[in-house]
Design a protein around this ligand. Structure first.
Ligand SMILES: CC(C)(COP(=O)(O)OP(=O)(O)OC[C@H]1O[C@@H](n2cnc3c(N)ncnc32)[C@H](O)[C@@H]1OP(=O)(O)O)[C@@H](O)C(=O)NCCC(=O)NCCS
Length: 239
């Protein structure tokens, strides 16, 4: 089972100090390292929501949740070896994943930039580059960011950080991932990973990558601190 929470960081902005009060001292110190107030608030809200949701699952106060970090920086919840988490932020939104198996999530706000081919040549595999070169230039932005979230979500599921070259594996390129729904683990060839696109608000693309044992995937919308505010639920993929 996998749950992806979609958080509108701008809508939660007015409550950012309440979220921030749930954080540990080292997290607050980290928030203050961000150059702008806006980035500080977004980090605090994301961490706060992560703590509240983790607390609900473990029946603990959000402030009592402890995180641990792998050698490459992937966070996990201390003393909760059966719950896997991952986080992504871009623009006004964050995505928070909880799963019964290893998970990676990545979202991106689609934006225009010059010379996409420079990044494609640098980070995409040969097969991905061929697909990219075959689409009309007006479709390249969305394709670029869609592919980018797939590559980042995969690296995040593996927890590999920058140690895994992004051009050493090939991800699905079609919107629904049907061209390559399962991708082999480059480091453990008997292991396969499921790619599933997220349904986000216009202007954002996102992907979740999960172990196939956890592919009953639900997407939920975080609606705020009020404990009575119900969340919307969308079934993304059934096992
Ligand atoms: C870790 C990494 C995947 C983060 O991705 P990003 O798109 O910059 O940022 P996101 O907002 O999507 O993700 C950040 C979150 O990932 C999580 N994270 C950090 N290291 C991680 C790792 N090794 N594995 C999985 N998740 C990780 C953290 O929760 C972090 O959020 P937090 O700082 O609020 O706790 C990225 O920095 C990285 O290592 N990328 C490797 C790919 C690469 O070569 N990129 C080239 C960039 S030009």
């Amino acid at each position: 089972m996998t749950e992806i929470w979609d958080v509108d960081l701008e809508a939660q902005g007015p409550d950012w100090e309440r979220y921030s009060s749930l954080l540990e001292e080292n997290e607050r110190a980290r928030a203050w390292k961000f150059v702008s107030m806006e980035l500080r608030q977004r980090y605090a809200v994301t961490r706060g929501v992560l703590r509240i949701l983790a607390g609900r699952k473990l029946n603990r106060a959000p402030e009592d949740i402890r995180f641990e970090y792998s050698a490459h920086g992937k966070p996990s919840i201390a003393h909760a070896s059966n719950i896997f988490i991952n986080v992504s932020h871009s623009g006004n939104r964050a995505a928070i994943a909880f799963s019964s198996a290893e998970v990676g999530v990545d979202i991106e706000r689609v934006r225009s930039f010059s010379e996409p081919m420079n990044l494609v040549r640098r980070f995409f595999s040969v097969q991905e580059r061929e697909v990219f070169e075959g689409v009309r230039s007006e479709d390249q932005e969305v394709l670029f960011f869609r592919c980018w979230t797939r590559k980042e979500a995969f690296v995040k599921a593996l927890g590999a950080g920058l140690s895994l070259g992004l051009d050493t594996f090939t991800v699905p390129m079609l919107a629904d991932c049907s061209d390559r729904p399962l991708v082999q683990d480059p480091r453990t060839p008997e292991r396969w990973w499921r790619f599933v696109p997220l349904e986000l608000e216009d202007g954002y693309v996102g992907t979740v990558v999960v172990d196939p044992t956890a592919e009953d995937i639900k997407q939920r919308q975080w609606l705020g601190l009020d404990p009575n505010s119900s969340s919307t639920i969308r079934q993304v993929q059934n096992s």
